[in-house]
Design a protein around this ligand. Structure first.
Ligand code: FPP
Length: 224
């Protein structure tokens, strides 16, 4: 049995969840934040070392302006409401992606949250914001080249995820079966799980089932 230390989730299906109920898309995202909150608590209780969530991609800027600003507002609200809980429970926040290009008020809140939780060594909550894997790999390769060695190890050391445990399990909700520019490098040996559940309906029980399934899988890393 192997226990997963690092789980990443592509949180998909907020829009469809809302549509099924004839609600505005923003309501789906709001319920999505409730699911995030439940999952972070569960990850901490289950003793995961890292939980990485795909919250906003480099491509998500193409969405209508009101949806982008609703997502930014939810992100801000989430940090404001949950930061005390992270601080009290040894959760460390980390961001992957170029969050400095987010609206200044959001970026500032993030800076404060990073600083406040930097000394925590329990579960790391990694939020992917303005993140795209190809962009991350290109930036890492450029840094590695500037230091003189373009090897897999040198690139890996410059990725936004440097220092996190290797990715064990990547989950995507809502029935879509693609990676959408998320953790392409890190997923090299990760197990993948695609579930039909829409993100707002994803519960700690679903996470537990995924972890149980992972524990039963035989990972060979190319060997036999
Ligand atoms: C995909 O659903 C979801 C997103 C693009 C955003 C995910 C964001 C959150 C859950 C909230 C903010 C995050 C945090 C960490 C507080 P979709 O809109 O693509 O759904 P659809 O495919 O059904 O339209």
């Amino acid at each position: 049995m192997t226990f997963a230390k690092h789980v990443a989730i592509i949180m998909d299906g907020n829009g469809r969840w809302a549509k099924q109920r004839m609600l505005p898309r923003a309501m789906g995202h709001k319920k999505g934040v409730d699911a995030v909150r439940r999952l972070v608590r569960a990850a901490r209780e289950m003793g995961l070392e890292a939980l990485t969530l795909y919250a906003f991609s480099t491509e998500n800027w193409k969405r209508p302006e009101d949806e982008v600003s609703a997502l930014m507002g939810l992100l801000k609200g989430f940090i404001i409401s949950d930061l005390d809980e992270f601080a009290a429970n040894n959760v460390r926040l980390r961001i992957i992606g170029d969050y400095k290009r987010l609206p200044a008020d959001v970026a500032e809140l993030i800076e404060g949250a990073l600083a406040r939780t930097a000394g925590n060594d329990g579960t790391t909550l990694v939020v992917a914001l303005n993140y795209g894997s190809q962009d991350e790999i290109a930036r890492a390769a450029a840094k590695a080249a500037a230091k003189g060695a373009i090897t897999p190890e040198a690139i890996e050391a410059e990725l936004d995820t440097a220092g996190l445990p290797p990715l064990d399990l990547l989950i995507r909700t809502s029935g879509e079966v693609r990676l959408s520019n998320f953790l392409l490098w890190q997923a090299a040996y990760a197990e993948m799980l695609f579930v039909d559940t829409l993100w707002p309906d994803f519960t700690p029980e679903h996470l537990q089932q995924a972890l149980d399934q992972f524990a039963g899988r035989d990972r060979r890393y190319g060997g036999r």
